[in-house]
Design a protein around this ligand. Sequence first.
Ligand code: MEV
Length: 289
Amino acid sequence: MATYSAPGKVFLFGEHAVVYGKPGIAMAIKPRVYVTVRKASQVHYGKSPYIEACFREMGVRGSIYINSQIPSSSGLGSSAAVTVATLAAINDEYEMGMTREEIADRAFSIEKNVQKGRASPTDTSVSTYGGMFFIMEGKRRRLAPQNYNLVIGNSMISHSTTRMIELVAEMRNKNPEICNPVLDAIEGVTMEAMRYLHDSQRLGKLMDVNHALLDAIGVGHPVLTRLVLAARATGAYGAKTTGAGGGGCMIALAPKNFRNRIAGAIEVFEGRAIITSVDTEGFRKENDG
Ligand code: MEV
């Protein structure tokens, strides 16, 4: 029996644009998913296509137990965390000797297949290694992790990442003259953010711009915008949709002593708030205890 955990993630900048070779900045966050894999002749995978793909691709059979602190279909990278932790647990249980790098790459290829060929390696990289990453054109660069105070607001509206990616692709096909400049502008915001990673106030303003640009490519949701406005009104440096959008979560970058107030405002507007910060560890072995 082998138990592994892997962290969730938030996109600070650049979601959706990364699918088109633009840059993105993402960070691992504290909620984790815990996965236990056991050799067994009786297969028990549940219904997750990600887990099924992990066992199939590794060519083994077994049973799995999952305990997740990351809400699913919320934009916090739960499917990548499950995939990474499952591969790490299979790797250990069946003594396959894969490196961390190989697990990250295999997790990305599984995520990409399940999401019908369109995905960036962001979620799987962040979940594998922890910390903060700059992602561009399928490559990742580790950034010095920043001690940001983040408040996540879960709109509790479930969404499908695959569907949201399709929506942007449809808009890009139908109106390239509108969609492409917006993706370019998201790139501009991300590159500007890279210059101000140490300056939360400036970064917050750029998050506000990124939120508006995500709305412009059709992945906003009125409930997300309500939570974003509530966070800004209660003292956040800035706030935006995070992840695929159309529901799921927003994040606010906050001064430390405003976190509780912002979380309270998010709850008043019927979101679920999570106060969090960077998780510098990627997947790790847990005590089977
Ligand atoms: C999903 O969290 C973010 C997207 O950019 C897809 C991806 O990067 O794989 C929409």
